[in-house]
Design a protein around this ligand. Structure first.
Ligand code: FAD
Length: 303
């Protein structure tokens, strides 16, 4: 008994802290000027997987595609209770749009055992909410999006409550399934102190290489490789080596990855700056609020 859950997690810039100072003149954001955080709704997806494991048993794998720095959210996931963490990092992923991203993730998920694949509803940087549904499509499995609650789960079927904006739907489907999870689903648990002690030194091979390179200059590449292999073997023996895959190890077709696999073309980036002219003062009275709601409905901002 128990379910194999695979959770897709993404490291994102903390977009809540965007100010004029981190914007470039062309409307793009200077990512390096913002703290990198765990995409908030991926924490809800992870919490749901942990609750499934708490209730039924099973195994949780987290996967992220990103830069080596994304090792931080993989360690954070180990602190919270996952069994396995995988970093997909490869320069050939650069320029991937959502189609290429979901293709690469699908190749990685196929290499793992899965009954339930969980994604956040949306990443706070790209903001498209496309990756989860595209991934389900590529895996050829059913999907339930905007999940707020699991109602029932057994070896064959799953029922979940999804938020459809102006109400809720109960949807039942068969396993394996992909869920996209909203921030309303749960309150993510904190990292456990015991697991933090256990996994604080867990790392990916690329992080191990950085440490080895930082320890001495003038060492040949062959010597560095030997030292990195030795460090990785030691980490593996202690259960502290975080898996790292590239596009070759997941058997990805390169024409579907990176820029060549990305049909999205950015036509124009526009900065929208709200000025005082666009603001309006509302009287703090019942009539004032009622007029505002009426106006927002007429403008189709709210339904
Ligand atoms: P959403 O669809 O909103 O995410 C939904 C959920 O999918 C997340 O909550 C998470 O569970 C999962 N998910 C999303 N992305 C990942 C991931 N990487 N790993 C694991 N799970 C994930 N971004 C770059 O970093 N470098 C680039 O060079 C780059 N080039 C781009 C070029 C183009 C033309 C375009 C359009 C985008 C580019 N991007 C690049 C952005 C990148 O495509 C998106 O960040 C990515 O596809 C995810 O889309 P999203 O952020 O809208 O995620």
């Amino acid at each position: 008994m128990g379910y194999n859950c695979v959770v897709l997690i993404k490291q994102v810039p903390d977009t809540k802290r965007i100010t004029g100072e981190v914007m470039n003149d062309d409307g793009t954001v200077r990512r390096s000027a913002l703290a990198a955080i765990f995409n908030p709704e991926d924490l809800n997806a992870l919490e749901l997987a942990l609750q499934i494991k708490d209730q039924f048993g099973g195994h949780i794998t987290v996967i992220t595609m990103g830069l080596p720095a994304a090792g931080v959210i993989l360690r954070d996931s180990l602190f919270r209770g996952v069994d396995d963490a995988i970093l997909i990092t490869d320069a050939r992923c650069a320029g991937s749009d959502t189609l290429a991203t979901s293709y690469i993730l699908s190749c990685a998920v196929r290499k793992t055992a899965y009954d339930i694949v969980l994604c956040g509803r949306q990443a706070i940087d790209g903001d498209t909410a496309q990756v989860g549904p595209q991934l389900a499509e590529k895996l050829g499995i059913p999907q339930i999006t905007y999940v707020e609650q699991l109602t029932e789960l057994n070896a064959k079927t799953i029922t979940a409550q999804r938020n459809i904006g102006n109400g809720w739907q109960q949807v039942r489907t068969t396993l394996p399934v992909l869920l996209t999870v909203t921030s309303e689903a749960n309150e993510p648990r904190f990292a456990a102190a015991r697991k933090m002690m256990k996994y604080k030194n867990a790392m990916t091979p690329i992080e191990a290489e950085r440490i080895v390179r930082g320890q001495g200059s003038g060492i040949s590449d062959a010597e560095i490789k030997k030292l990195v292999d030795k460090k990785c073997n030691e980490l593996e023996e202690r259960g502290l080596l975080i898996k790292q895959w590239d596009l070759d190890s997941i058997g990805a077709d390169l024409s579907w990855c990176g820029l060549s696999g990305s049909p999205t073309k950015v036509h124009r980036i526009q900065s929208v700056v709200l000025t005082d002219k666009e603001s309006k003062t509302i009287e703090p009275t019942t009539n004032g609020v009622s007029d505002m709601i009426h106006e927002l409905m007429e403008d189709k901002i709210i339904a």
